[in-house]
Design a protein around this ligand. Sequence first.
Ligand code: 4AD
Ligand code: MG
Length: 477
Amino acid sequence: MKHTKVKDLLNSTTTLHEVNAKGWVRTFRNNQFIALNDGSTINNIQCVVDFENTPEETLKRITTGAAVSVTGSLVESKGAGQKYEIQVSKLEILGDSDAEKFPMQPKKHSLEFLRENAHLRVRTNAFGAIMRVRSVLSFAVHQYFQEKGFVYVNTPIITGSDAEGAGEMFKVTALPFDNTPRTEDGKVDYKKDFFGKETNLTVSGQLEGETFAMALGQIYTFGPTFRAENSNTSRHLAEFWMIEPEVAFNDLDDNMDLAEDFIQYVIKYVLDKCPEDLKFLEGRLLEEEKSKPQAERSEMALLEKLNFVLENNFKRVSYTEAIEILRNCTPNKKKKFSYIIDEWGADLQSEHERYLVEKHFKCPVILFDYPANIKAFYMRLNEDGKTVRAMDILFPGIGEIVGGSEREERYDVLIKKMKALEIDEEELSWYLDTRRFGSATHAGFGLGFERLVLFVTGMTNIRDVIPFPRTPGNAEF
Ligand code: 4AD
Ligand code: MG
């Protein structure tokens, strides 16, 4: 007999004579009631075991974490909180679990403990919910762009270029560490390496994405991204997923419109598709916030916050205006910020971004027209000669969630910038071709997928929204 998903059983419109369910025991009460979960939904199905006719030996093996198969009839439940339950006629233990040793006990565990058990934490309610929401969100990303006729591009993971110019790259090499081949001047001889040149893991698919946008019009990437920055924060991963749309003939305003519409679409999509998981996560967050001082608690519950983002336009503010606000704000004057904002040109830290979003504007903010020298080389220079057509989208509780820009499409301006930053023209000659042959205005952005998942699930540490986080000093599993 084929097994039916717990979700489908709980959503059944009638009682059923014989059904089979397979899953893992969450709890077993009174030698009679199994709470069975198979991951299809946050909800467990109650399975009532006929303990009088079940051998003692079998009953003993129904422990938290065990995999079981239950066959029986789906009947209306007398217990509260569930419409149906399974009256078990046949019970099979598929895989035992040592209840004493099983790390996922039916009690509250700390998130730190769960991180150390990332291979098992997905068996908890919270992580099951987070990972289902993550999956639905990633489908929504594809659905949004596909509906709009964007072409999905798989940009390379191994590349020779440093798109962001920040030098935070993991090297990819097949050279030996002992007896590394050297050139005459003692440098590593990458000509002898696998690719015959120096290569690294990609920090962004943007540059390759741009070449496709200049042919296919509207494209997006959605893939893993790697950064060897030593940032041990709750918002940085060494391996994360990024979505990068790039659109020919779009300017910065079009770019902002696209980013805002896109984010609202995917949030709406999960609100529609994952009501139970989000409800659970909202409850989890409320519980967690109880332990925080009043001032640090968020003013809105999770669902209210998500709806707020859907219903309100993002506030668009220039970098120059933002600096004025920050210079004159109380935490800056009272030196409460770790980095004091004195003058125009300062790079914004997450504390400043969060002040703008959470305290000043109290809504998502798009900052644009940043100083050229704190942004990447490919951003379009404004007429003032000192700012670029950059945009960052800032979210409450997160800070920067999107970074993007209108691109410098003028060959001569771009080349000048690259020379000033000592970027190898030879190495990026293929990129420069997009400016040599049929160049046009275009724009795009990158959304950090895990930061979006953080926002949607109300979790506070990015390590808790990716299955197996990679951070400095941590590549377990
Ligand atoms: O602002 P970033 O560095 O922009 C780019 O990479 C551009 N090439 C994007 C583009 O225009 N196509 O990164 C984009 C986003 C950030 O806003 C942030 O959400 C996320 O990627 N991000 C990270 N997420 C997790 N861990 C990290 N270490 C991240 N670094 C960036
Ligand atoms: Mg950025």
